[in-house]
Design a protein around this ligand. Sequence first.
Ligand code: SAM
Length: 231
Amino acid sequence: MEFIPKEIDQYAQHITTPESDVLRQLNRDTHAMILRPRMLSGHLQGKLLEMISNMIQPERVLEIGTYTGYSAICLAQGLTDNGLLHTIDHNPELEDFAAKYIAMAGLEKKIKQHIGEAIDILPGIQETFDLAFIDADKENYIHYFDLVYDKLRPGGIILADNVLWSGKVVAPCTESTISPPAENSHSDVEKANSDPETEALIRFNNYVKTHRGINNLLLPVRDGLMISMKI
Ligand SMILES: C[S@@+](CC[C@H](N)C(=O)[O-])C[C@H]1O[C@@H](n2cnc3c(N)ncnc32)[C@H](O)[C@@H]1O
């Protein structure tokens, strides 16, 4: 599902600073060689991640869901001189592919790849993060959010991708989509969107909306980016 007309998207890409050579090559090679290339953040969202990172100038960044390394390279752009980005993915087949482009971007000392289940690896990373990007299995978004929140400094930012899930979180748009469902109840939306990922994202969005420790913004960019700032 396209959230904005194709011509507007193309115009925005045309006007936006172009991808670096490495990112353009990584984008092209991912589409040519890797399964499910739609998972890659892409030019506009990549620029947004880069901008956010440059605004925060983080010392420590966490990413859950490396895939081929596109978003990691974008998020690393604003790192301080002694900065480090930890990125986790459970697919070992992607490790060398991502590492190649990370090295081509000159970021091999600034990006640390972890291979394994995020839920197992996260507790072992002893850092306080300034910025985090959650972009992996949707069913665990709330777990990841809680784990990351505990490791985030006040004022730190958690980004979560795909929170509109091609619009399924509001299809059909009923009142129960925008209010948190009562505990143990099955709302109309939950029945209508019965796939586990849509249900998980509806739960996640409502969880963030009612979380007292953050300010949040659901930005309808690409597939929906949730921005949460720890109070
Ligand atoms: C949407 S892709 C990430 C895209 C990447 N952040 C980007 O923007 O280019 C999701 C990635 O999460 C990884 N993943 C899914 N479940 C995971 C889990 N439980 N633990 C660690 N990684 C996981 C997948 O292997 C996949 O590479």
